[in-house]
Design a protein around this ligand. Sequence first.
Ligand code: HEC
Ligand code: HEC
Ligand code: HEC
Ligand code: HEC
Ligand code: HEC
Ligand code: HEC
Ligand code: HEC
Ligand code: HEC
Length: 333
Amino acid sequence: MKRIAFCALVFVALLTGFPFASGFIERPALAADNIKILSPADGTFVEEAQSLAVVCRVPKGAFDAVQISINGKVAKTITPLGDKVVVCDRDAVQPGMNRIAVSALKGGGAVAAAEVSVFVRTALSVQYNVEPDGYKQYLFHDSRSDCFLCHKMEPAKSDDYPAKPSDSSCYVCHKGITAHKYVHGPAATWGCLTCHNKNAKPMYAVASPVSQTCAMCHQDTIDAWKKMKYMHGPTAMGMCTACHDPHGSDWQYWLRKFPTDLCQSCHVGMTGDHIITFFNGQPHPIRGRPDPRHPGQELSCASCHSPHASNFHYMLFADYNDYRSFCTGCHRF
Ligand code: HEC
Ligand code: HEC
Ligand code: HEC
Ligand code: HEC
Ligand code: HEC
Ligand code: HEC
Ligand code: HEC
Ligand code: HEC
């Protein structure tokens, strides 16, 4: 009981005093129009993120609400805030450039505003797989220090095997990462530190190439692929996370997209006409039909090609020159 009261007191002190908790650091006057985005940093890029934390300091008491916009569209209006001076939120971002704007509103108008640009880089886009000139990678855990005033920033002993997700110190800030239809075993248990090394530089970095991380548990599968005659470029390069989100997604096998869309992100413009064009000019279907070889799944590029490796040309499931084993793998003509 005593402890709870004490925590609440400290918390209130932090809320009103952040980031210069009076008493130990001199507190500069905060201009009424002073709004600052603490995270993410302007002119940086991140890798493949679905959402970013938008954390800002707003002028104390001088507003009715705070509005967060992404690429000109209002993402969220947060109200009321009382005398809280730090606003933390998480919002969806898109591959490519994202302009994140935050404004403090008073009487319907903005009394203060700030904006940052963050580029989301992805291997799944010919357009957005390279960051713009001058953009540095945003590595949050190597650069921030003022969040600890309210958040636990150091990994705890219990983070190795948390009994439930909310026991993980990562949960408060990253809870959305497993909010998906399909979640990968080790992420579902919030064993984040199985793959993210807390002693790595930069902090929480994973092994490179990423396949080394996957090999900790999927060594046999990867070894079997390596023995095959043909291996797919990105798989051979160890870029497993180009296609798989290591945490989870709304597609089976935690894919970043439906397989056909995944393939077409890199093989741009490729349709079913490389297989056969019918007399009516229509190409062979590549989606929207049941996959005869994988009951319960939808036909996709991966129905014929392995995304990883095979002993047949073009990573097909059978020899294409042998009509009977290839086309009749699905058809009876
Ligand atoms: C003044 C105290 C305070 C400071 C300083 C602070 N936060 Fe927060 N933050 C909070 C509170 C309170 C919550 C809500 C916690 C909850 O929902 O359980 C929160 C929630 C969050 C969330 C979760 C948001 C969501 O909706 O999923 C993230 C991410 C976050 N903070 C990141 C940060 C980062 C990064 C910093 C440093 C730049 C920071 N915070 C500094 C008080 C603070
Ligand atoms: C105070 C909130 C907070 C806590 C606690 C936190 N993170 Fe983060 N983390 C962030 C923010 C903010 C980013 C920047 C990207 C974003 O907005 O999602 C980030 C980014 C990352 C990244 C990408 C690399 C980087 O440094 O930008 C990894 C990996 C990561 N966090 C892992 C973890 C793990 C593992 C834990 C728990 C041991 C953890 N985080 C705890 C807020 C937090
Ligand atoms: C199976 C291994 C594995 C586990 C378990 C795992 N991660 Fe990751 N995580 C990765 C890899 C690999 C990357 C880098 C992906 C890349 O570079 O494309 C990554 C990237 C990230 C990023 C930055 C990109 C993004 O998606 O926003 C964050 C944040 C992150 N992890 C947080 C977490 C948290 C929190 C947990 C615990 C719930 C966790 N991870 C568990 C392998 C893992
Ligand atoms: C700590 C061990 C561990 C690591 C590291 C790990 N995985 Fe897994 N993975 C599992 C377990 C356990 C399962 C089976 C349970 C499940 O479905 O989540 C699994 C299942 C999978 C599946 C689905 C397999 C199927 O047949 O349904 C895929 C895809 C996958 N992992 C990809 C990856 C990728 C990509 C990486 C590297 C970024 C990786 N895994 C790293 C433990 C791990
Ligand atoms: C080009 C995209 C792509 C890349 C790169 C990729 N995968 Fe996959 N992966 C898929 C697709 C699509 C499926 C589901 C269809 C299938 O099983 O063929 C899948 C299925 C899987 C499965 C479950 C089924 C099986 O074959 O065992 C595992 C495990 C897996 N991938 C692990 C990995 C690992 C580990 C890597 C990196 C060495 C990797 N993947 C690289 C697209 C990819
Ligand atoms: C991250 C980008 C990327 C994704 C996603 C991707 N590929 Fe590829 N693919 C490549 C690269 C790079 C090559 C090697 C190019 C070359 O050697 O001509 C390649 C080669 C191939 C080849 C062999 C081409 C040849 O001429 O030998 C086939 C077949 C193929 N991919 C099919 C697929 C299928 C099916 C998918 C979806 C499951 C897919 N790819 C997803 C990048 C990608
Ligand atoms: C019904 C089976 C089937 C489906 C579905 C399929 N392919 Fe193919 N693919 C083939 C066959 C057969 C070949 C060999 C064609 C040849 O030798 O001309 C091939 C060849 C390829 C090649 C190498 C030759 C070239 O034309 O560049 C690539 C790359 C490729 N496919 C990508 C894809 C992608 C991407 C998709 C999905 C959009 C897809 N395939 C869907 C059967 C299929
Ligand atoms: C992975 C399975 C698969 C393979 C392999 C495959 N197809 Fe198909 N094909 C389909 C599916 C599914 C349809 C759509 C059937 C439907 O709508 O009921 C289709 C449709 C067709 C049709 C239109 C007539 C029909 O049955 O509806 C023709 C013609 C065709 N395929 C020819 C071929 C030829 C030639 C090959 C070998 C080069 C081939 N297919 C390989 C799955 C496959």
